[in-house]
Design a protein around this ligand. Structure first.
Ligand code: GDP
Ligand code: MG
Length: 667
């Protein structure tokens, strides 16, 4: 079977092309050693498999996920490489293309975004460019699947062609390359590529060749070459020189094969950016965007759907199930476990599926439309003020969906201090799990202001994160700051197909969690509520759960919700924040006339409810998040720190809000 490796710069349409060329997944998982997504799909014509590699600008890795591609090229030998190139950004994209051509395996270039290039008056002489790069080039528009047939045919007819592409890097470097290659044993493949990558400073390659070559000798060769190059060309670093030579080659390609009909028209993207990233308007526009997000989630679409689901699940289904259990003569214990434990616990959380998918849909939209990098740009001013940069806001936005992938996205941040701070602070971003708690409480206490109340919680999370970033960066985590470099890709209206696919990719984690964590948590909590020091089937105020909750309650009294139910819910919420809702459903075992909402009004005032939501927002990251913090920081100390500071911060802020609220006269 043909293996095709898909390589290209970020945002060139790799995922779109992957979806267009493959009909089914063979494998989805992670690259070994790092949690970067690995996807392998079967081609629509069934003749081969396509491997999706992380997007990157150069093979020399800057961040962990970029190393994946180099390692892949060292360890595996794909039949053919498919290089996705953005036709509208040809000059920048070709740097990676040249490195791929040097690898020495057959290459087919998918020249994507032809529609965009055309709209910008960029005219590419494809057969000329193909001659210059000595490789087949197929123009495509991945988004509308145009050219995909031709691309597959080209793969088929070129997978065995010989690659002879070579740039001459000048006598000094060519001599060094030859010396390097002469020392390598016969059986080692891709010699010239290895040599060039070695001189460019590609770390995985340097490690790889150190198995064959003496490291002192390598160092000497490197130093001598560097010196000789500096004397001959005045360029003091080898990698700069290599880049310079490639740029020269690319310039000549651009001159020979590309014509741009200059237009003075300001593009739509530029016009929009003038407004969206405007110094004064940027933040208000972002807030407005978030406000509409919550309007959609809570008032217009999500909650109405959720109510219907609730009706179906807790009314109709529960009745039917309890009838069924009666008919089969199930024991009282089993009946209670299923109805009061599992259905109440898991069902109580599943009713939030509509809100959570709505939110994920909007986050996918932010990612795919290009708005994400604008938000990073707008936030850069604030982030800089606290010792971070705008790029660190991207993991945080991802954290709005779920903190776990947010923290993993911090890998793209190169500077260690900024990375650590991002990992520590992303848990303060209000994730979708917390949404289920808000949904319950705002639906009960703040019916006419749901969106604005939820928005205030999200903003609070961000503000607290920024304040703590400042604090931590002057006390704990000192280090250099990096430059802000985020590119602004042109705006695109995402396609429904990709949007729904990535929404599902994110949302299915929630559904899976309902079947695992929340299920287990519900059974466990129900058992704690069903049993007590004096035996089984006790009334709830004789139960273990009551005993545990009562121990915590006095501590919570000063912040407004010193009842044992809240204490028990917070404790179990550490498993996953949704379990807070499960626990409440189980504890209050609300009669259906009153409903859970009716029950909680007896235990919370609106101000106490707000304080409770703030506490839920800020207190300990959930179990899965703690796990990923441990993994990413590789430090037990920082992991404990992340739990400790969060608890303390949550307590202080809830206390202040509650006390000030009381003082002003809220209740
Ligand atoms: P990746 O980051 O390389 O995986 O790129 P994606 O596949 O996520 O694409 C980035 C954006 O470009 C998405 O909004 C796509 O819908 C859009 N896109 C992909 N291919 C094309 C194309 O050929 N033409 C246009 N106009 N947009 C495209
Ligand atoms: Mg992608």
């Amino acid at each position: 079977m043909t293996t095709i490796a898909l390589i290209g710069n970020p945002n060139t349409g790799k995922t779109s092309l992957f979806n267009a060329l493959t009909s089914s997944y063979e494998y989805i998982g992670n690259w070994s050693g790092v949690t970067v997504e690995k996807k392998i799909g079967i081609l629509t014509n069934k003749k081969g498999e396509l491997i999706d590699l992380p997007g990157l600008y150069s093979l020399s890795p800057l961040s962990k996920d970029e190393g994946v591609t180099s390692k892949y090229l060292l360890e595996e030998t794909p039949s053919i490489l498919m290089n996705v190139v953005d036709a509208s950004q040809l000059e920048r994209n070709l740097h990676l293309t040249l490195q791929i051509l040097e690898y020495g395996r057959p290459v087919v270039i998918a020249l994507n975004m032809m529609d965009v290039a055309k709209a910008r008056g960029i005219d590419i002489d494809i057969s000329r460019l193909s001659q210059l790069l000595e490789s087949p080039i197929v123009p495509v528009v991945a988004r509308s699947e145009k050219g995909c047939e031709e691309l597959l045919q080209s793969v088929d007819s070129n997978k065995e062609s010989d690659m002879t592409f070579k740039i001459h890097y000048g006598d000094v470097l060519e001599k060094a390359i030859n010396q390097f290659n002469d020392k390598l044993p016969m059986e080692v493949e891709h010699k010239r590529w290895l040599a060039l990558q070695f001189f460019e400073g590609n770390q995985p390659v340097q490690e790889y060749v150190s198995a064959y070559l003496d490291s002192e000798w390598l160092q000497k060769l490197y130093d001598e070459t560097k010196r000789a190059l500096a004397i001959e060309t005045g360029i003091d670093e080898i990698h700069k020189f290599i880049r310079h030579q490639r740029s020269k080659f690319i310039d000549s390609c651009m001159n020979l094969a590309v014509q741009v009909k200059i237009s003075n028209k300001v593009t739509f993207s530029e016009k929009l950016d003038g407004v969206v990233t405007n110094k004064f308007l940027g933040i208000p526009i972002f807030l407005l965007f978030m406000y509409f997000t919550f309007k959609l989630t809570f008032e217009w679409v999500g909650t109405p759907l959720s109510d219907q689901l609730d009706h179906l699940l807790n009314g109709f289904l529960t009745d039917k199930l309890s009838m069924l259990l009666d008919t089969v003569g199930a024991a009282e214990f089993i009946k209670a476990l299923i109805l009061k434990g599992i259905i109440a616990g898991v069902g109580g959380v599943l009713v939030f599926v509509p809100q959570i998918f709505m939110l994920f849909l909007i986050i996918s939209f932010i990612e795919d439309s290009g708005y994400m990098s604008r938000i990073a740009t707008v936030m850069d001013r604030f982030m800089e003020g606290v010792g971070l940069n705008g790029k660190t806001f991207i993991p945080m936005i991802i954290g709005f969906g779920c903190n776990v992938p947010g923290i993993m996205a911090a890998r793209t941040i190169e500077q260690p201090k900024e990375r650590l701070l991002t990992i520590l602070l992303t848990p303060l971003m209000s994730c979708s799990a917390r949404l289920s708690v808000y949904s319950l409480f705002v639906g009960t206490f703040f019916t006419s202001h749901q969106a604005i109340i939820v928005l205030s919680l999200y903003v609070l999370g961000v503000v607290v994160a920024l304040a703590l970033a400042k604090l931590f960066s002057i006390t704990l985590a000192k280090g250099e700051e990096s430059m802000f470099v985020v590119e602004l890709p042109p705006y695109r209206f995402p396609q429904w197909k990709t949007l729904s696919r990535s929404t599902w990719e994110k949302g299915k984690g929630f559904v899976r969690k309902a079947g695992t964590f929340i299920f287990g948590g519900s059974v466990f909590i129900w058992l704690l509520s069903y049993t007590g020091p004096h035996g089984w089937n006790v009334s709830i105020d004789q139960s273990f759960l009551h005993a545990i909750g009562s121990m915590i309650a006095p501590i919570l009294h000063p912040i407004g919700f010193g009842n044992w139910q809240a204490g028990a819910a917070l404790l179990t919420g550490f498993l996953a924040k949704e379990v807070v809702v499960s626990t409440m459903n189980i504890i209050y075992a609300a009669p259906s006339e009153v409903g859970l909402q009716g029950m909680i009004t007896q235990f919370f005032s609106p101000l106490q409810a707000y304080s409770f939501m703030v506490f839920i927002l800020l207190y300990v990251p959930c179990l899965a998040t703690v796990g990923v913090i441990r993994k990413e920081t590789a430090s037990a100390r920082w992991t404990w720190f992340s739990v400790g500071y969060a608890l303390l911060t949550a307590y202080i802020i809830s206390f202040l809000l509650y006390r000030i609220g009381l003082f002003i006269g809220f209740h």
